[in-house]
Design a binder for this molecule. Structure first.
Ligand code: S3P
Length: 440
């Protein structure tokens, strides 16, 4: 569906409270750990985005009973992984890289069962060798196009061997996949990788009592997990996704007056890099830690105020893992900033749901914002005063569609986003939330 957006005309100086979508990464992990555990688990305030529904459908195909009670809770009733059934249909990961890469670590270890893993057109172009190669070293049998680099993949479950992995990317999906596989292997599975990727899997495993330890050096992190480890059924509550809040954080800073408040936002330094960047760009952002915890992680209240000048800033390569999904919306902020910004080391963006580096540049171009891709870096001139009315095709990439919608808020003329509904992947209520911000 195509959607037309432009700046509203109300100039009231209110601070609006927005309930952004719940956390995608945590909902995936909650579904997976609950499905592996024997007993009944409840996931309170889950994200019911298309990606998480893909994770649910995969575990249902393995015989796990999963009841979705609206946005309030998901109930998972499992007999544990030892009772997973031979699926009669391919496991469909849809658009979800997290489902595909994490579940591979689980499926590879289910001896006696064979699985087909499929996904949509975008996911079928995303590289899987980053997990398939290390899993094969543990004894996994996985085959598919380009020697197992792309879906559809066939996985024949095996007994896996614990081993040491050296990973060359700061990728939470790779790290999590290998730790999940390590849960089924006898002995110590170690993962060493460049530091900074999200640490939710480690936190949940520790919370569940796994023998897991980790440490960081100047530029690497190292995790040891002793297997086998059996997870326990538990009730968890999912906080607001900082990656979803980032869109409204930028919108709030771009308002001429008033502001936006977002409660219950996940407070984890491996996820909130965008707040540091916006903090360098503006005085208008505050984050206050809340007393309560959600799931196994703390939360806080994010407030952004409009009417203040934004200043351009640089993002260094080692910051990228903590804001890897926020580059498109940070680029929108940089377009309006005083002075240039240079975002360095964005090679991983090329293998996300789209080539996000190219598509972010295409969005800036369409809006009339001066920019340049320099190798794997993105330079943005800043100083954009007036957004050119644009028509933009996000190519099914939810984060590009939402970035375009925020950008369109600064256009005096209507802008058009094609396939605007792709936001359902991570933030199904995005446009409803956007409509509640009725001032410019
Ligand atoms: C995710 C990890 C990140 C992120 C993705 C979700 C996760 O990918 O981009 O949206 O839940 O583990 P990488 O770990 O591949 O960078």
């Amino acid at each position: 569906m195509k959607r037309t957006l432009q700046a509203p005309t109300n100039s009231s100086p209110r601070t609006i409270s927005i309930h952004c979508g719940r956390d995608k990464s945590l909902t995936h992990r909650a579904i997976m750990f609950a499905s592996l555990s024997e007993g009944r688990s409840q996931i309170l305030h889950p994200l019911l985005g298309a990606d998480c529904l893909s994770s649910i459908s995969c575990f249902e195909a393995l015989g796990v009973k999963i009841l979705v009670h609206g946005e309030e809770r998901v109930e998972v009733e499992s007999k544990g992984f030892t009772q997973f059934q031979q699926p009669t249909v391919p496991l469909d990961c849809g658009n979800s890289g997290t489902t595909a890469r994490l579940i591979l670590g689980i499926l590879a270890a289910q001896k006696g069962l064979t699985f087909q893993l499929i996904g949509d057109e975008s996911l079928s172009k995303r590289p899987m060798k980053r997990v398939v190669i290390p899993l094969r070293k543990m004894g996994a049998k996985i085959s598919g196009p380009d020697d197992g680099n792309f879906l559809p993949l066939t996985i024949e479950g095996q007994d896996l061997k614990a081993m040491k992995h050296l990973v060359d990317k700061a990728s939470a999906q790779v790290k999590s996949c290998l730790l999940l596989a390590g849960m089924f292997a006898e002995g110590q599975t170690s993962v060493t990788l460049p530091k900074g990727s999200r640490d939710h899997t480690e936190r949940v495993l520790q919370k569940m009592g796994a023998n897991l330890s980790s440490f960081v050096t100047v530029d690497e992190e190292h995790i040891d997990l002793t297997g086998p480890f059996k997870t326990k059924a538990m009730d968890v509550s999912i906080p607001v996704d900082p990656s979803s809040a980032a869109f409204f954080a930028v919108l709030g800073l771009l308002l001429t007056q008033g502001g936006i408040a977002m409660p219950d936002v996940l407070d984890n330094p491996t996820r909130t890099g965008f707040m540091k960047v916006l903090g360098r760009m503006s005085q208008g952002l505050t984050f206050t830690k809340a007393a309560s915890q959600s799931f196994v992680e703390p939360v806080g209240l994010l407030i952004v105020k409009g009417g203040l000048e934004l200043t351009g800033t640089d993002i260094e390569e080692d910051e990228v893992p903590s804001l890897v999904d926020e580059i498109p919306i940070l680029s929108v902020a940089a377009a309006f900033a005083k002075g240039p910004s240079l975002f360095r080391g964005l090679s991983e963006l090329r293998v996300k749901e789209s080539d996000r580096l190219l598509l972010t540049a295409a969005l800036l171009e369409a809006a009339g914002a001066e920019h340049e891709i320099r190798g794997d870096d993105l330079w943005i001139a800043g100083g954009l005063k007036e957004v050119k009315p644009f028509t933009f095709d996000p190519e099914g990439d939810h984060r590009l569609a939402m970035s375009a919608a925020i950008l369109a808020r600064r256009s005096k003329k209507p802008c058009c986003i094609l396939d605007s509904e792709c936001v359902r992947v991570s933030f199904p209520n995005f446009y409803e939330a956007l409509d509640t911000v009725d001032q410019f």
